[in-house]
Design a binder for this molecule. Structure first.
Ligand code: FES
Length: 149
């Protein structure tokens, strides 16, 4: 059965096709708004610019060490991923924005239990996306790490 709508008739679209297509588009729009459709999406603050003195965080003295280096209200974790390599992640959970905590060699959200490895990738618990990673610049002379978004 063709639609009563003149535009639909001229396009050869019937009511059922219109409703089906419209519903699919609405669902797609909702999922896109959520990032990955499973909660969250981009969670990293966009105004981060922070320099930390690495010697102030004993946990970063060895490869695999993780330290919270939050400043200016932004929860950030630094991971020492190799002898002269560091990575920084937002500790804002991509699911519902709870602050994620260090848990062994990775992270765990205390709210619904999402877990993440030391590379920020989701590994279990509440399904969500990974932690947002910041850009880092190591100054070996000064012993500092500059973290920017
Ligand atoms: S807020 Fe982190 S798992 Fe839900």
């Amino acid at each position: 059965m063709m639609s009563d709508c003149a535009n639909c008739r001229s396009a050869g679209v019937n009511r059922r096709e219109f409703l089906t297509t419209g519903s699919a588009l609405a669902i797609t729009a909702v999922l896109a708004a959520c990032g990955d459709g499973i909660g969250g999406g981009a969670t990293g603050p966009s105004n981060v610019s922070e320099t930390v003195v690495l010697a102030n965080y004993s946990a970063l003295g060895a490869v695999g060490g993780i330290a919270v280096v939050s400043g200016a209200g932004t929860p950030i974790a630094v991971v020492r991923s190799a002898t002269s390599q560091y990575r920084a992640y937002s500790l804002i959970c991509p699911h519902q924005r709870t602050t994620v905590l260090i848990n062994g060699t990775g992270f765990r959200c205390p709210n619904h239990g999402a877990t993440f490895n030391a590379s920020g990738a989701w590994t279990g618990g509440q399904r969500t996306s990974g932690l947002s990673e910041f850009t880092v610049a190591l100054n070996t002379t000064a012993g500092t790490l500059t973290i920017t978004s």
